[in-house]
Design a protein around this ligand. Sequence first.
Ligand SMILES: [Fe+2]
Length: 248
Amino acid sequence: MVFITGDCHGNFRRFGHRYFPEQETMDRDDYVIICGDFGGVWGDTPEETYWLDWLEERSFTTLFTDGNHENFERLNTFPVHTWHGGCVHYVRPHVLHLMRGQRYEIGGRFFFTMGGAKSHDIEDGILDPEAPDFCDQYAALKHAGKCRFRVLGRSWWPEELPSDGEYVTALDTLERTAWKVDYVVTHCAPTGIALSMSRHNEADALSDFLEMLDQRMEYKTWFFGHFHDNRAIDQKHILLWEQIVQIL
Ligand SMILES: [Fe+2]
């Protein structure tokens, strides 16, 4: 069995028995995929460890692509292994990060993954904690009631958008597989869809890249998150948030 859901932001209660009773009949070879903003690798706190261990204790294996709300500095410290034909970070033995530009064979189907997204909740800026006036800037924003800002290396990381190397990896993967997969799993959406979502969205390098992939790839269904809603955009593009949908 393979289920898929959207942004968690470190809150995994939806995977409890009450909301996800299907797990009773699942085992480690059954999967739940999260379309980015996993949020479980963030502050290295006892609470975070508790929830990662809690996920590890589920009957199923948790897989996630990265979103924009991940601590990439920490995520990149986990060991990389090849798993089902693609590269993963092992956060726990059964909690795996599906890396960018990879293809995995799961249940006889091929999944292409490309995490990342440009944050659209940072209109008030990115503060540098090393700046001499950081405290003043922080206090001024708080005083002005502004909360749509983030702090470099603490709540925002430039790796939210893929590097040149990750785009190359994605293209190499698709060349090797003749641009054909069964499912696409991303956090961001292709530009055409992203622009239709809300006033906060604009095209960026990743959404344009995904738009190009969308034109060129042959696939059955594309799942993405980021926009905090559950909606079938059309027959092929499915936006997920807290709903858990079975695909296999
Ligand atoms: Fe999110």
